[in-house]
Write a protein that binds this ligand. Structure first.
Ligand code: ADP
Ligand code: MG
Ligand code: ZN
Length: 333
Protein backbone atom coordinates (compact mmCIF):
# COMPACT_ATOMS: atom_id res chain seq x y z
CA UNK A 1 0.00 0.00 0.00
CA UNK A 2 1.32 3.36 -1.00
CA UNK A 3 -0.01 6.81 -0.16
CA UNK A 4 1.59 10.07 -1.25
CA UNK A 5 1.92 13.57 0.15
CA UNK A 6 2.87 15.83 -2.73
CA UNK A 7 4.11 19.38 -2.13
CA UNK A 8 3.93 21.72 -5.10
CA UNK A 9 5.32 25.23 -5.01
CA UNK A 10 2.89 27.74 -6.48
CA UNK A 11 5.57 29.13 -8.79
CA UNK A 12 3.10 31.36 -10.66
CA UNK A 13 3.03 33.66 -7.61
CA UNK A 14 5.37 36.64 -7.44
CA UNK A 15 5.44 36.91 -3.65
CA UNK A 16 5.54 34.51 -0.72
CA UNK A 17 2.49 33.15 1.13
CA UNK A 18 2.43 35.54 4.10
CA UNK A 19 4.73 38.43 3.15
CA UNK A 20 5.65 40.43 0.06
CA UNK A 21 9.19 39.05 -0.38
CA UNK A 22 9.92 37.80 -3.88
CA UNK A 23 9.12 34.11 -4.28
CA UNK A 24 11.59 33.85 -7.14
CA UNK A 25 14.32 32.66 -4.80
CA UNK A 26 16.13 30.49 -7.29
CA UNK A 27 17.80 33.39 -9.03
CA UNK A 28 18.71 35.33 -5.89
CA UNK A 29 21.84 35.07 -3.76
CA UNK A 30 21.23 33.12 -0.51
CA UNK A 31 19.38 34.92 2.28
CA UNK A 32 18.51 38.06 0.28
CA UNK A 33 14.75 37.57 -0.22
CA UNK A 34 13.80 37.72 3.45
CA UNK A 35 11.92 39.97 5.87
CA UNK A 36 10.82 39.88 9.53
CA UNK A 37 7.76 37.76 8.64
CA UNK A 38 9.51 34.95 6.77
CA UNK A 39 12.44 35.05 9.19
CA UNK A 40 9.95 34.65 12.02
CA UNK A 41 11.17 37.68 13.98
CA UNK A 42 9.19 38.41 17.15
CA UNK A 43 6.28 40.78 16.63
CA UNK A 44 5.98 40.24 12.88
CA UNK A 45 2.55 39.34 11.55
CA UNK A 46 1.62 37.17 8.54
CA UNK A 47 -0.93 38.29 5.94
CA UNK A 48 -2.42 35.83 3.46
CA UNK A 49 -1.57 36.20 -0.22
CA UNK A 50 -5.07 35.91 -1.73
CA UNK A 51 -3.74 34.69 -5.06
CA UNK A 52 -2.28 31.63 -3.31
CA UNK A 53 -5.76 30.64 -2.13
CA UNK A 54 -7.04 31.08 -5.68
CA UNK A 55 -4.30 28.85 -7.11
CA UNK A 56 -4.79 26.10 -4.56
CA UNK A 57 -8.56 26.16 -5.19
CA UNK A 58 -7.88 25.61 -8.89
CA UNK A 59 -5.82 22.54 -8.01
CA UNK A 60 -8.60 21.29 -5.73
CA UNK A 61 -11.22 21.73 -8.44
CA UNK A 62 -9.06 19.94 -11.00
CA UNK A 63 -8.92 16.98 -8.58
CA UNK A 64 -12.70 16.98 -7.98
CA UNK A 65 -11.95 17.92 -4.40
CA UNK A 66 -14.56 19.69 -2.32
CA UNK A 67 -13.63 23.27 -1.25
CA UNK A 68 -14.43 24.24 2.34
CA UNK A 69 -16.81 27.10 3.10
CA UNK A 70 -14.37 28.35 5.68
CA UNK A 71 -10.76 27.33 6.16
CA UNK A 72 -8.26 27.94 8.97
CA UNK A 73 -4.50 27.89 9.42
CA UNK A 74 -2.67 25.92 12.08
CA UNK A 75 0.78 26.10 13.61
CA UNK A 76 2.76 22.90 13.21
CA UNK A 77 5.58 22.97 15.73
CA UNK A 78 8.99 21.47 15.37
CA UNK A 79 12.50 22.50 16.22
CA UNK A 80 14.77 22.52 13.20
CA UNK A 81 16.88 25.22 11.52
CA UNK A 82 14.81 25.21 8.32
CA UNK A 83 11.98 27.01 10.13
CA UNK A 84 13.09 30.06 12.08
CA UNK A 85 9.79 30.47 14.00
CA UNK A 86 10.01 26.84 15.18
CA UNK A 87 6.60 26.32 13.68
CA UNK A 88 5.34 26.11 10.14
CA UNK A 89 2.04 27.74 9.22
CA UNK A 90 0.05 24.90 7.72
CA UNK A 91 -3.41 23.39 7.91
CA UNK A 92 -4.90 20.51 9.84
CA UNK A 93 -7.91 18.32 9.22
CA UNK A 94 -8.60 17.15 12.76
CA UNK A 95 -9.69 18.74 16.04
CA UNK A 96 -11.74 21.42 14.32
CA UNK A 97 -9.20 22.12 11.58
CA UNK A 98 -10.53 22.56 8.05
CA UNK A 99 -8.21 22.46 5.04
CA UNK A 100 -8.89 24.35 1.79
CA UNK A 101 -10.47 21.24 0.28
CA UNK A 102 -11.08 17.58 1.02
CA UNK A 103 -11.86 14.44 -0.97
CA UNK A 104 -11.58 14.05 -4.72
CA UNK A 105 -9.81 11.71 -7.08
CA UNK A 106 -7.37 11.38 -9.93
CA UNK A 107 -7.83 8.76 -12.65
CA UNK A 108 -4.73 6.84 -13.70
CA UNK A 109 -4.63 4.96 -16.98
CA UNK A 110 -2.86 1.62 -16.53
CA UNK A 111 -2.87 -0.19 -19.83
CA UNK A 112 -6.53 -1.10 -20.49
CA UNK A 113 -7.69 -0.10 -17.03
CA UNK A 114 -8.47 3.17 -15.38
CA UNK A 115 -7.64 3.26 -11.70
CA UNK A 116 -9.27 5.92 -9.56
CA UNK A 117 -6.92 7.13 -6.82
CA UNK A 118 -8.74 8.89 -4.00
CA UNK A 119 -7.53 12.23 -2.65
CA UNK A 120 -7.71 12.82 1.09
CA UNK A 121 -7.15 16.58 1.23
CA UNK A 122 -5.66 19.64 -0.47
CA UNK A 123 -4.12 22.37 1.68
CA UNK A 124 -1.99 25.47 1.76
CA UNK A 125 1.21 25.81 3.75
CA UNK A 126 4.46 27.70 3.74
CA UNK A 127 7.68 26.23 2.41
CA UNK A 128 10.68 26.05 4.72
CA UNK A 129 14.25 27.20 4.26
CA UNK A 130 16.59 25.16 2.14
CA UNK A 131 19.20 23.12 3.99
CA UNK A 132 22.22 22.88 1.74
CA UNK A 133 24.49 19.88 2.22
CA UNK A 134 28.06 20.46 1.05
CA UNK A 135 28.34 16.76 0.15
CA UNK A 136 25.95 13.82 0.67
CA UNK A 137 23.27 13.61 3.34
CA UNK A 138 25.34 11.23 5.45
CA UNK A 139 28.88 12.49 4.89
CA UNK A 140 28.35 16.25 5.31
CA UNK A 141 30.04 17.63 8.42
CA UNK A 142 27.99 20.80 8.44
CA UNK A 143 24.98 22.22 6.65
CA UNK A 144 24.08 25.66 5.33
CA UNK A 145 20.66 27.32 5.53
CA UNK A 146 19.12 29.55 2.84
CA UNK A 147 15.96 31.33 4.05
CA UNK A 148 14.97 32.62 0.60
CA UNK A 149 12.66 29.62 0.22
CA UNK A 150 11.10 30.04 3.70
CA UNK A 151 7.51 31.25 3.34
CA UNK A 152 7.06 30.38 -0.34
CA UNK A 153 3.51 29.12 -0.99
CA UNK A 154 3.06 25.35 -1.19
CA UNK A 155 0.06 23.26 -2.04
CA UNK A 156 0.11 19.96 -0.16
CA UNK A 157 -2.05 17.23 -1.66
CA UNK A 158 -2.49 13.96 0.24
CA UNK A 159 -3.80 10.76 -1.33
CA UNK A 160 -5.47 7.79 0.26
CA UNK A 161 -3.18 4.72 0.30
CA UNK A 162 -4.71 3.52 -2.97
CA UNK A 163 -1.53 3.02 -5.00
CA UNK A 164 -0.24 -0.53 -5.26
CA UNK A 165 3.21 -0.31 -6.82
CA UNK A 166 6.19 2.03 -7.11
CA UNK A 167 5.41 2.37 -10.81
CA UNK A 168 1.83 3.47 -10.11
CA UNK A 169 3.21 6.04 -7.69
CA UNK A 170 5.48 7.44 -10.41
CA UNK A 171 2.65 7.55 -12.95
CA UNK A 172 0.41 9.27 -10.42
CA UNK A 173 2.96 12.00 -9.76
CA UNK A 174 3.61 12.47 -13.48
CA UNK A 175 -0.09 12.87 -14.11
CA UNK A 176 -0.49 15.28 -11.21
CA UNK A 177 2.50 17.28 -12.49
CA UNK A 178 0.88 17.51 -15.91
CA UNK A 179 -2.32 18.82 -14.29
CA UNK A 180 -0.33 21.47 -12.40
CA UNK A 181 1.45 22.48 -15.59
CA UNK A 182 -1.83 22.72 -17.50
CA UNK A 183 -3.36 24.82 -14.72
CA UNK A 184 -0.33 27.10 -14.91
CA UNK A 185 0.07 27.11 -11.12
CA UNK A 186 3.40 25.28 -10.96
CA UNK A 187 6.28 25.07 -13.37
CA UNK A 188 7.20 21.51 -12.51
CA UNK A 189 10.38 21.66 -14.57
CA UNK A 190 11.94 23.88 -11.90
CA UNK A 191 14.27 22.03 -9.54
CA UNK A 192 12.53 21.33 -6.23
CA UNK A 193 9.11 22.66 -7.31
CA UNK A 194 7.54 19.25 -6.67
CA UNK A 195 8.54 17.29 -3.57
CA UNK A 196 7.04 14.06 -2.41
CA UNK A 197 6.74 12.16 0.86
CA UNK A 198 5.89 8.55 0.03
CA UNK A 199 4.31 6.22 2.60
CA UNK A 200 4.62 2.50 2.07
CA UNK A 201 3.64 -0.66 3.92
CA UNK A 202 3.63 -4.33 2.96
CA UNK A 203 1.35 -7.14 4.10
CA UNK A 204 -0.50 -5.06 6.64
CA UNK A 205 2.73 -4.06 8.40
CA UNK A 206 3.52 -0.62 9.75
CA UNK A 207 4.10 2.13 7.23
CA UNK A 208 7.41 3.80 6.54
CA UNK A 209 7.46 7.39 5.32
CA UNK A 210 10.12 8.33 2.78
CA UNK A 211 10.67 12.07 3.04
CA UNK A 212 11.38 14.73 0.49
CA UNK A 213 11.94 13.03 -2.82
CA UNK A 214 12.48 15.37 -5.74
CA UNK A 215 11.30 13.64 -8.90
CA UNK A 216 8.75 11.02 -10.02
CA UNK A 217 11.58 8.73 -11.13
CA UNK A 218 13.26 8.96 -7.75
CA UNK A 219 9.94 8.22 -6.02
CA UNK A 220 9.77 4.98 -8.00
CA UNK A 221 13.40 4.14 -7.21
CA UNK A 222 13.10 4.97 -3.52
CA UNK A 223 9.91 2.88 -3.20
CA UNK A 224 11.46 -0.05 -5.06
CA UNK A 225 14.42 0.04 -2.72
CA UNK A 226 12.12 0.31 0.30
CA UNK A 227 9.89 -2.62 -0.79
CA UNK A 228 12.97 -4.84 -1.09
CA UNK A 229 14.28 -3.67 2.28
CA UNK A 230 10.93 -4.40 3.97
CA UNK A 231 10.57 -7.80 2.28
CA UNK A 232 14.05 -8.77 3.43
CA UNK A 233 13.30 -7.82 7.02
CA UNK A 234 10.02 -9.76 7.03
CA UNK A 235 11.64 -12.82 5.40
CA UNK A 236 14.24 -12.87 8.14
CA UNK A 237 11.44 -12.91 10.69
CA UNK A 238 11.84 -9.26 11.60
CA UNK A 239 9.17 -6.60 12.03
CA UNK A 240 8.82 -3.29 10.20
CA UNK A 241 8.80 -0.37 12.56
CA UNK A 242 6.83 2.77 11.87
CA UNK A 243 9.57 5.07 10.76
CA UNK A 244 10.59 8.09 8.74
CA UNK A 245 13.46 7.54 6.35
CA UNK A 246 15.26 9.76 3.87
CA UNK A 247 16.10 9.08 0.27
CA UNK A 248 19.82 9.49 -0.33
CA UNK A 249 19.92 10.53 -3.99
CA UNK A 250 23.65 10.10 -4.25
CA UNK A 251 23.88 6.56 -2.88
CA UNK A 252 20.38 5.48 -4.01
CA UNK A 253 19.33 4.02 -0.68
CA UNK A 254 16.79 5.01 1.96
CA UNK A 255 18.44 5.82 5.26
CA UNK A 256 17.18 6.15 8.81
CA UNK A 257 17.83 9.57 10.36
CA UNK A 258 21.11 9.83 12.23
CA UNK A 259 19.39 10.48 15.51
CA UNK A 260 16.20 8.74 16.52
CA UNK A 261 13.51 11.25 15.64
CA UNK A 262 11.10 11.58 18.47
CA UNK A 263 7.51 10.53 18.08
CA UNK A 264 6.12 13.32 16.00
CA UNK A 265 4.40 15.69 18.34
CA UNK A 266 3.63 18.78 16.35
CA UNK A 267 1.27 20.26 18.94
CA UNK A 268 -0.98 21.65 16.23
CA UNK A 269 -2.98 24.63 17.29
CA UNK A 270 -4.85 27.38 15.44
CA UNK A 271 -2.71 30.19 14.03
CA UNK A 272 -4.33 33.07 15.91
CA UNK A 273 -2.47 35.69 13.85
CA UNK A 274 -4.59 34.76 10.82
CA UNK A 275 -8.39 34.91 10.73
CA UNK A 276 -10.53 32.08 9.35
CA UNK A 277 -10.89 32.54 5.59
CA UNK A 278 -14.40 32.34 4.15
CA UNK A 279 -14.54 30.84 0.65
CA UNK A 280 -17.60 32.15 -1.21
CA UNK A 281 -19.43 29.68 -3.44
CA UNK A 282 -19.62 32.28 -6.25
CA UNK A 283 -15.86 32.66 -6.17
CA UNK A 284 -15.39 28.87 -6.41
CA UNK A 285 -17.84 28.68 -9.31
CA UNK A 286 -16.08 31.47 -11.20
CA UNK A 287 -12.79 29.59 -10.80
CA UNK A 288 -14.42 26.36 -11.91
CA UNK A 289 -15.85 28.02 -15.01
CA UNK A 290 -12.42 29.43 -15.90
CA UNK A 291 -10.46 26.16 -15.55
CA UNK A 292 -8.31 25.50 -18.62
CA UNK A 293 -8.36 22.29 -20.62
CA UNK A 294 -6.86 19.55 -18.43
CA UNK A 295 -4.85 16.47 -19.52
CA UNK A 296 -7.80 14.02 -19.64
CA UNK A 297 -9.93 16.39 -21.73
CA UNK A 298 -6.96 17.21 -23.91
CA UNK A 299 -6.27 13.52 -24.54
CA UNK A 300 -9.90 12.99 -25.54
CA UNK A 301 -9.67 15.93 -27.92
CA UNK A 302 -6.44 14.56 -29.42
CA UNK A 303 -8.23 11.28 -30.17
CA UNK A 304 -11.22 13.08 -31.70
CA UNK A 305 -9.37 15.83 -33.55
CA UNK A 306 -6.19 14.11 -34.73
CA UNK A 307 -7.29 10.48 -34.87
CA UNK A 308 -4.69 9.33 -32.35
CA UNK A 309 -5.11 6.18 -30.28
CA UNK A 310 -5.96 6.78 -26.60
CA UNK A 311 -2.50 5.44 -25.76
CA UNK A 312 -0.74 7.93 -28.05
CA UNK A 313 -2.85 10.79 -26.74
CA UNK A 314 -2.08 9.73 -23.17
CA UNK A 315 1.65 9.73 -23.81
CA UNK A 316 1.50 13.22 -25.32
CA UNK A 317 -0.55 14.84 -22.56
CA UNK A 318 1.50 13.21 -19.79
CA UNK A 319 3.77 16.25 -20.16
CA UNK A 320 2.33 19.62 -21.10
CA UNK A 321 5.51 20.51 -22.97
CA UNK A 322 5.20 17.42 -25.12
CA UNK A 323 1.52 18.04 -25.93
CA UNK A 324 2.25 21.72 -26.69
CA UNK A 325 5.10 20.72 -28.97
CA UNK A 326 2.87 18.28 -30.82
CA UNK A 327 0.18 20.91 -31.40
CA UNK A 328 2.77 23.54 -32.31
CA UNK A 329 4.17 21.28 -35.00
CA UNK A 330 0.69 20.88 -36.42
CA UNK A 331 0.44 24.64 -36.52
CA UNK A 332 -2.78 24.69 -34.55
CA UNK A 333 -1.71 25.56 -31.03
P1 ADP B 1 -1.93 11.77 8.89
O1 ADP B 1 -0.47 11.90 8.54
O2 ADP B 1 -2.75 12.97 8.59
O3 ADP B 1 -2.19 11.14 10.21
P2 ADP B 1 -2.06 9.25 7.74
O4 ADP B 1 -0.92 9.04 8.66
O5 ADP B 1 -3.26 8.39 7.89
O6 ADP B 1 -2.53 10.74 7.85
O7 ADP B 1 -1.58 9.18 6.26
C1 ADP B 1 -0.55 9.95 5.72
C2 ADP B 1 -0.21 9.33 4.40
O8 ADP B 1 0.11 7.97 4.58
C3 ADP B 1 -1.34 9.37 3.37
O9 ADP B 1 -0.80 9.65 2.09
C4 ADP B 1 -1.89 7.97 3.41
O10 ADP B 1 -2.42 7.60 2.17
C5 ADP B 1 -0.66 7.16 3.73
N1 ADP B 1 -0.96 5.91 4.44
C6 ADP B 1 -1.81 5.73 5.47
N2 ADP B 1 -1.81 4.45 5.88
C7 ADP B 1 -0.94 3.78 5.07
C8 ADP B 1 -0.49 2.42 4.99
N3 ADP B 1 -0.93 1.48 5.83
N4 ADP B 1 0.41 2.11 4.03
C9 ADP B 1 0.88 3.05 3.20
N5 ADP B 1 0.50 4.33 3.24
C10 ADP B 1 -0.40 4.71 4.15
MG1 MG C 1 3.14 16.47 5.37
ZN1 ZN D 1 9.40 37.83 3.76
Amino acid sequence: MIGLEVHAQLTSLKSKLFCSCSADYRRLPPNTSVCPVCLGLPGSLPRLNGRALEEVLKIALALHSDPAHETVFYRKHYFYPDMAKNFQISQYDRGGGVTVAKGGWLDLTLGQFVKRVKIRRVQLEEDVAKIVYPSSLLSSEYVMVDYNRAGVALCEMVTEPDLSSPREARLFIEKYASILDHLGVTDTSLEGSLRVDANISIDGGERVELKNINSPKDVEKALNYEVQRQIMIVERGGKIEMQTRHWDELNRVTVAPRFKEEEEDYRYFPESDLPPIRIEQDFVESLRAALPELPDQRAERFVRQYGLTPYQAGVLVSQKRLADFFEDRLGVA
